[in-house]
Design a protein around this ligand. Structure first.
Ligand SMILES: Nc1ncnc2c1ncn2[C@@H]1O[C@H](COP(=O)(O)OP(=O)(O)O)[C@@H](O)[C@H]1O
Ligand SMILES: CC(C)(COP(=O)(O)O)[C@@H](O)C(=O)NCCC(=O)O
Length: 311
C-alpha cells in the first residue's frame, strides 16, 4: 500500500523519540522506582523515548474528548458527568500488553487532569475451567469461545455509562483459573482495558454472535505488535522465568513443569505456543491489528522500532 493510502502516520524510533521534546515532564527518582517495579527488564531509555511521548499524546486525546463531552453537556444543560476515558490495549500473548498497560497507568496518573487511572485485564472474563472442561476448551484459552464476551462487553459498557461501581471477575495465572476475587472499578478518569481480544468484533464470535463490541466503548486503542518468531521466543523466556519463580509454588497449576529438564521445559513451552497461543495469534488476534488507533511495533529486546498513529 502506498503511504498516501494508509490510514496511519508512521514514525521510526528516532522520529518518535524526538517528539518527547514537547513533553513538559521528566521522571524523578520516585517515578523511576515505581517504573522499575513494573518490569525489571524495562529500560529507562525505552520509557523516555517511546512511552513518555505516548503518554503525552494520550493526555491530549483525553483532554480533547473531555472538551467534546463538555460541549454536549453544555448543550444539554447538564453538569460534568465524569465519564471515564477508555483505552484498549491489544496484541498477542507475551508481546508485553500487561507491561505496556501498567507502564501507561503509571505515566498517565502523573497528569493532573486524570490522576485516577484503573486497569482491567480481559482474562477475568475467561470462562472458569469447570465450563472450559465441560466444553472441551481447556486448550483454547484465549480463543473467542473461551470468553464470556457478553459479560466483558457489559462490564465496559457499564463503566463507560458512568456507573459509580462496577465489578469484574479476576483470573489467576498461578492457579490457571478464575478466582473468588473481584476487581472493583469506581469511576476512574481513565480505564485501561488490556487483553488479546479487545479489538475483536461479532464476526470473531460466530458461536455467539453479538452486535455490541468492546470497541464501541473504547475512546482509543493500541495494538502492541512484533514478529511471531520473536513472540515465540518471549513466550518461552517468560515460561522459563515462571518455572524458576511462580511455578515453584506447590499451589501453581504448572508446578509439575518444575520437574522437567531445561530442554523438556523449552519443548513444552514451544508446544503450548504452537498449539494454542501462536495459532490464536494468526487466527484471531493479528487480523484485528489494523483496527487500532495506534500500533507499537517492537523488535528485539522489546525495543519499539516503529509507531503508527491513525490519521
Ligand atoms: N518493554 C519491555 N521491555 C523488556 N521486557 C518486556 C517489555 N514488555 C514485556 N517484557 C517481557 O516480555 C514478557 C511478556 O510481557 P507481558 O507484559 O507479560 O505480556 P502479555 O501481557 O502481552 O502476555 C515478559 O517476560 C516481560 O517481562
Ligand atoms: C490468559 C490468556 C488467554 C491471556 O488472556 P487475556 O488477558 O489477553 O484476555 C493467556 O495468557 C493464556 O493463558 N493462554 C493459554 C495458553 C498458555 O498457558 O499460555
Amino acid at each position: 500500500m502506498s503511504d498516501l493510502l494508509t490510514p496511519y502516520l508512521s514514525f521510526d524510533r528516532e522520529q518518535w523519540s524526538e517528539l518527547r521534546d514537547s513533553v513538559p515532564m521528566t521522571l524523578d527518582e520516585t517515578d523511576l522506582e515505581k517504573l522499575r517495579g513494573i518490569n525489571e527488564h524495562l529500560t529507562m531509555n525505552e520509557v523516555r523515548d517511546i512511552y513518555l511521548p505516548l503518554s503525552r499524546l494520550l493526555n491530549l486525546y483525553v483532554k480533547a474528548r473531555k472538551g467534546r463531552t463538555q460541549v454536549l453537556e453544555h448543550f444539554l444543560g447538564q453538569k460534568d458527568n465524569n465519564v471515564p476515558y477508555v483505552i484498549g490495549i491489544a496484541g498477542s500473548v507475551a508481546v508485553g500488553k500487561s507491561t505496556t498497560a501498567r507502564l501507561l497507568k503509571a505515566l498517565l496518573e502523573r497528569w493532573p487532569e486524570h490522576p485516577k487511572v484503573e486497569l482491567i485485564t480481559t482474562d477475568g472474563f475467561l470462562h472458569p475451567n469447570k465450563i472450559l472442561n465441560e466444553r472441551g476448551l481447556m486448550k483454547k484459552k484465549g480463543f473467542p469461545e473461551s470468553y464470556d464476551i457478553r459479560g466483558l462487553v457489559q462490564f465496559v459498557a457499564d463503566v463507560k455509562s458512568g456507573k459509580s461501581r462496577v465489578e469484574a471477575p479476576v483470573y489467576s495465572h498461578l492457579v490457571y483459573d478464575i478466582t473468588e476475587d473481584t476487581k472493583v472499578v469506581q469511576q476512574p478518569d481513565i480505564l485501561i482495558v488490556e487483553g488479546l481480544n479487545v479489538l475483536q468484533s461479532g464476526m470473531d464470535y460466530p458461536h455467539d454472535p453479538h452486535r455490541v463490541f468492546i470497541s464501541d466503548f473504547l475512546d482509543f486503542s493500541i495494538y502492541v505488535d512484533a514478529d511471531s518468531e520473536l513472540l515465540k521466543t518471549w513466550y518461552i523466556e517468560r515460561f522459563m522465568a515462571f518455572r524458576k519463580g511462580a511455578f515453584q509454588n506447590p499451589t501453581s497449576y504448572f508446578h509439575h513443569y518444575t520437574k522437567l529438564s531445561h530442554d523438556e521445559a523449552v519443548q513444552t513451552a514451544s508446544g503450548i505456543w504452537e498449539e494454542i497461543n501462536g495459532k490464536n495469534l494468526e487466527e484471531n488476534i493479528l487480523p484485528t491489528r489494523e483496527r487500532a488507533g495506534l500500533i507499537l511495533q517492537k523488535g528485539t529486546n522489546h525495543a519499539v522500532q516503529t509507531v503508527k498513529v491513525r490519521k
